[in-house]
Design a protein around this ligand. Structure first.
Ligand SMILES: Cc1cc2nc3c(=O)[nH]c(=O)nc-3n(C[C@H](O)[C@H](O)[C@H](O)COP(=O)(O)O)c2cc1C
Length: 231
């Protein structure tokens, strides 16, 4: 297969939730995993571990947890309503696509679960006074950036799937019942899951994406000052 360009991949890698049940060769999944591990992480810690679930009974158990969690998340979406930048049609499509996956997560031939190992902070007594005094701020910063070290790898998975003709979508609803997923997978206490990605050959088509224009989401130098250049 000839490779597509980076920008084409970024502009067409939409959420593909409808997947064929056909198996994906392990070597293809290995290529996706290698792309994941090329991502940056804080301090190049590479504290990630990827669980590749192909066993049918494991997939079904995880799919059931996803379903249970999604029933709750659907109520949050319904209560929030349609965001004003989406048309009725776009919002309806999002909800319909999401609902399809509630019942089919376990049918994807591969469930890829990017995880990370929690890095402990050194105790305050091991730090110089000036830093120990700000220990709570450091804990809060660690808490905020912890997941940020996994999501670049997750987006690499998204793009690698696109390049290799696979479909996937980043999902996170299962985290509402993460303890159950942790038990199914036998995860050690310091390993946590950051996404659940069904992977398979797509039934749907790639891109184009519906995204807000940069004029709506970018400011120049300070809040409220418009950015005017166009690509
Ligand atoms: C952090 C994150 C969490 C997400 N969680 C879910 C999820 O639990 N279930 C789901 O169906 N989609 C989930 N999505 C997919 C988004 O709904 C999807 O990427 C977005 O609607 C854009 O879709 P598009 O690329 O097809 O336009 C998630 C995406 C991200 C980035």
């Amino acid at each position: 297969m000839s490779e597509i360009g980076l920008f084409e991949a970024m502009y067409t890698a939409r959420a593909l939730r409808r997947l064929k049940p056909d198996p994906v060769p392990d070597e293809v999944i290995a290529k996706v995993l290698e792309a994941a591990t090329q991502a940056p992480s804080g301090g190049n810690a590479q504290n990630w571990i990827f669980l590749v679930v192909r066993d049918k009974s494991q997939r079904q158990k995880i799919g059931a947890v996803y379903r249970k969690a999604s029933d709750e998340v659907a109520e949050i979406y319904a209560a929030r309503g349609r965001p004003n930048y989406m048309t009725e049609e776009q919002f309806a499509r999002l909800m319909k696509g999401g609902a399809y996956l509630w019942d089919h997560m376990g049918d994807a031939p591969v469930l890829l679960i990017p995880c990370a190992r929690k890095r402990e902070m050194p105790p305050p007594e091991k730090l110089p006074d000036a830093v120990a005094k700000r220990y709570d701020a450091h804990l809060a910063q660690q808490d905020r950036i912890w997941g940020a070290s996994v999501y670049p790898a997750i987006q690499n998975i998204n793009l690698a799937c696109r390049a290799l003709g696979l479909g996937t979508v980043i999902t996170t609803n299962h985290i509402l019942y993460e303890d159950e997923v942790r038990q199914i997978l036998g995860l050690p206490d310091d390993i946590f899951t950051f996404a659940l990605m069904p992977i398979g050959y797509p039934l749907g088509k790639y891109g184009p994406l519906a995204r807000r224009p940069i004029s709506e989401v970018v400011y120049s130098d300070r809040w409220g000052e418009p950015w005017t250049a166009k690509p």
